[in-house]
Write a protein that binds this ligand. Sequence first.
Ligand code: BQF
Length: 294
Amino acid sequence: MALVIDGKAIAAEVRNEIKIKVSERIAAGKRTPGLAILLVGDDPASQSYVGGKGKACAELGVYSVIERRPENTSEEEVLSIINEWNRTPEIDGILVQLPLPKHIDENKVILSISPDKDVDGFHPQSFGRLVIGIPGFVPCTPAGIVELLVRSQIPLKGKHVVVLGRSNIVGKPIANLLYQKNPRANAVVTICHTAAPDFRVYTRQADILIAAAGVPLLIKADDVKEGVTVIDVGINRVDDPSASKGYKIVGDVDYESVFPKAYAITPVPGGVGPMTIAMLLNNTLKSIEMSENQ
Ligand code: BQF
């Protein structure tokens, strides 16, 4: 019987804390934080994510602007939109929904975002700060994972965290966060990726397994040790004729199989995903607070 880490409930708690801080700002005569979002193309998942972000802003009293552009938008146009937002004082956070169309250089776009408004935490300056361990914008999904672990009172000090996956968005930042020498980390971290001849050699040693491989139901009971805490970052669409949409969302972890062996586990959906949105709003609030303390 595992502890189910209820990301939906914990995210609601985090959002409520932010909502209170935003209303306190307004009561003190201060400006509300502002978030600008750029969505290029019509990928259904991206549209849904952007919709969720806009809705969360509205519920918390955070100002938001969403610019939607067609798939064939030029890189120059994207850079010009960002450049304008960089210079707009009411905009505290700039988010470009990824992935971008193939003809646009993602790294170039990320570099063009002012590091002071980098609420996704993807700018090299934010990543450098994270690695060094000084304050800055932490990418939302990794920040959400730390928040889930801390609020669920999962000990991290000296524990062996195994990260499956090495993306710039999840694997690299979460690994670098969790080995830092601070009370919200201090773990021993192993990064495991597709070049490993057998990932089980690593995952079986994990006290805490962070599955961010992007492979549906990859992790089974045999791949983990008794008492493991499992954070499932996967969001995979698989065919399901019995579902109304013809598909369902599953994680990288075979939840039913791993559950009996786990100390704690996040579900998909309703685990890490909702925390990603909550931490985006937290970063937007952090941005306006930082701009006032210059
Ligand atoms: C849930 C994302 C891959 C690539 C680009 C709630 C989200 C997801 C799931 C969400 C994600 C994933 C986002 C749930 C934002 C997380 O209830 O389980 C919320 O909106 N996410 C994104 O913006 O870009 C992505 C995953």
